[in-house]
Design a protein around this ligand. Structure first.
Ligand code: DGJ
Length: 427
């Protein structure tokens, strides 16, 4: 398999073969490496389990650095708390790295924005406490950060409040714009030329929806609603915006890279994945967008790439009934990966995928999420590299699906437990 492409919508694996566990993420480029910070999720509950830091030379190969902020003994990210949407920026005035995050109780009823600091980008961050504006903690949940080209830092919150940070990034100095996106969550901002762009999702818990954006000549506005980020009904290509990273391509051009989450509650480690795509910018009308979904693309060129064709075998399973399974023997070459091809849809459930040696020893197993509010047919899962040999694949329906509830009790997520696969491909 080509090792130079970003694969969208499938879990990634680090150089130890563990799932890259960094969600609601951001990237900090430092000394020639990309540092990915995100929520270190668990597969069965939503309690804060830390914020992770991974690093990569190319946005494709990831190394786990550490838990940049482990669960704290007490305080806003202590026991029985939630920690989300971690963002990190290097403060130009102090040279320190400042981490911002949403801390909350398990019912999301005690929201706070908190800050932590470190002298090294990949060090362990020290909790400072709530981020304050005029001495008062900012009691908001979803948040994002943005660093302008002159180094000025901003914090954005749900509903669309934008704060300019103090020079040391440790307090919010001025509320420069307020309530620009009522009902909006997961703010992500960037600057393209002299235009500032901010994206929001709608409030549908872990579900995906059609995210939208506004633009302005300055972070203070005036902000104008500009429309959807991706085609209507695509649910932002089945993702929720989290961050916009200015990506420098091999030819020196910089393109804004959209970073979104494809959540999979409650199995966020095994099945939540990333959707990263270069944002298309049109200088005629100053608009941005994600007109096409690329399952794979090359971060050196900013162009779509073809998933390797590889050897393909039929692997047909279409069932919602618990415990139905198919078994398939296959052999693979050194460092080949097994890709599962099928359809995800509104009624999709979780499948259990197991790869075992002929003697029955399991070498890899994972849940595979077949749910997506917008149907998709293609690669649903790619396992880590295998060693050459003979294996048996088992794909089994679990009778379980990604289902979750809004604060008001509305049920969201999958309407069924269907697993639909057609083939496997060795790539
Ligand atoms: C939507 C937010 O964007 C996520 O970060 C998370 O808090 C979920 N809600 C929880 O339902």
């Amino acid at each position: 398999m080509s090792q130079s492409l970003i694969l969208n919508g499938v879990p990634w694996f680090d150089d130890d073969g563990h799932a890259v566990n960094a969600h609601g993420a951001c990237i900090v480029e430092d000394a020639g490496r990309y540092h990915l910070f995100g929520e270190y999720k668990t597969d069965d509950e939503n309690r804060f389990a830390g914020f992770s830091c991974y690093s990569s030379p190319d946005l494709v190969h990831w190394r786990f650095e550490r838990l940049a902020l482990p669960p704290q003994p007490d305080g806003p990210l202590g026991p029985n708390r939630i920690g989300e949407r971690v963002k990190v920026m290097r403060c130009p005035a102090t040279g320190r790295y400042v981490m911002f995050a949403h801390a909350d109780d398990l019912g999301y009823r005690d929201p706070l924005i908190v800050i932590a600091v470190s002298d090294a980008v990949n060090g362990e961050y020290r909790m400072v406490g709530p981020l304050r504006h005029h001495g008062e903690p900012i009691r908001r949940w979803d948040m994002g950060t943005f660093q302008d080209i002159d180094g000025t830092g901003y914090l954005m919150t749900h509903e669309g409040d934008i704060y300019r940070l103090s020079d040391d990034y440790l307090s919010a100095e001025e509320l420069v714009a307020s309530d620009i996106a009522p009902g909006g969550e997961s703010p992500a901002m960037t600057r393209i030329g002299d235009t500032y762009v901010i994206m929001f999702s709608n409030k549908t818990s872990w579900d995906r929806n059609d995210n939208y954006y506004l633009s302005a000549p300055s972070p203070a506005g005036p902000w104008t609603y500009r429309g959807l980020v991706a085609p209507q009904g695509s649910c932002t290509w089945n993702s929720q915006c989290s961050f916009i990273f200015p990506l420098t391509l091999a030819d020196g051009r910089t393109v804004p890279m959209y970073m979104g989450d494809r959540w999979s509650f409650p199995h966020q480690v095994s099945c939540a994945s990333q959707v990263w795509l270069p944002l298309h910018y049109d200088d005629v009308d100053d608009s941005i967008g994600l007109p096409d979904y690329w399952p794979a693309w090359d971060p050196r060129t900013g162009e779509p790439g073809d998933l390797p064709s590889g050897r393909e075998m039929a692997a047909e399973l279409d069932s919602s009934a618990l415990g139905e399974e198919i078994r398939l023997s296959f052999s693979c070459g050194e460092r080949e990966r097994l890709a599962v091809i099928g359809t995800t849809d509104i009624d999709g459930g979780y499948a259990m995928l197991t790869i075992a040696e002929p003697n029955g020893t399991t070498v890899f197993s994972s849940l595979v999420d077949c749910y997506s509010p917008t149907p998709y047919t293609g690669v649903m899962f790619v396992c880590p590299e295998l060693t050459a040999g003979d294996y048996e694949l088992r794909l089994r329906t679990t009778g379980e699906a990604s289902v979750f509830y809004k604060k008001d009790g509305t049920r969201l997520g999958s309407t069924g437990t269907r697993v639909r696969t057609t083939a496997i491909r060795l790539i």
